[in-house]
Design a protein around this ligand. Structure first.
Ligand code: HEM
Length: 184
């Protein structure tokens, strides 16, 4: 008698990703679908080197798949992407991550020969925590991309100082300002 094992959502998403990776053009299909979903999104990728981008996304997806089992390491490795996508960087609004996930599922449906409703549910369940981690970084930026690029154009250090200042709790900022005004 053979023992039957029930596959976890993680197993199902992992196996689907392996099949997609073995199928030529998976990442190209994904970015074609993502760009055609919305003209604003297409405009974001006008200058992208997709040979490089496809490789970076492959690595990011690997990290997202390990998010549940090794959250701290995955968070650390995804921290730069979280920051680059925030409102001072690529300015990827949180709701765009839902579009991104729908497009990824469409690309999986094309490249994974065993793709079905259960596989899709597994992917969505497994990716959600890391997607929420990435999109929750949106407001951690300074919040004014124009102002940041102005400061950067004067002196790159000004941008760093402004970002550090904005990350301080309001109570600390108020205290510093009141000390500084007392001393003037
Ligand atoms: C969980 C979702 C996402 C993941 C894992 C992801 C991953 C990445 C990675 C690894 C890069 C390379 C540079 C970096 O790490 O900062 C990148 C760049 C980029 N991503 Fe994302 N991304 C996600 C969501 C989105 C969404 C929703 C959009 C817009 C709709 C977007 C637009 C871009 C753009 C415009 C670039 C720059 C491409 C270039 O260099 O020209 N990303 N992304």
């Amino acid at each position: 008698m053979t023992a039957t094992t029930t596959k976890t959502s993680h197993d199902l998403a992992r196996e689907s990703f392996n099949r997609c990776n073995r199928s030529d053009g998976f990442f190209d299909t994904f970015y074609t679908i993502l760009k055609s979903s919305n003209a604003d999104i297409a405009a974001m990728f006008l200058k992208t080197d997709f040979t490089k981008q496809n490789g970076l996304l492959r690595v990011a997806l690997e990290l997202m798949l390990m998010f549940e089992r090794d959250g701290d390491a995955a968070r650390q490795a995804l921290a730069k992407t979280r920051q680059s996508h925030n409102q001072d960087g690529l300015n990827i609004r949180p709701e765009l991550y839902d579009v991104w996930l729908d497009c990824l599922m469409e690309a999986c449906a094309v490249h994974d020969t065993e793709f079905d409703t259960q596989t899709e549910e597994a992917w969505r369940e497994v990716l959600l925590p890391s997607i929420n981690y990435l999109r929750s970084g949106y407001r951690e930026g300074f919040g004014d991309a124009e102002c940041m690029s102005y400061l950067r154009s004067i002196d790159p250090n000004l941008e760093t100082v402004a970002k550090a200042w904005c990350q301080l709790p309001v109570s600390v900022r108020t205290e510093i300002v009141s000390k500084a005004t007392r001393n003037t």
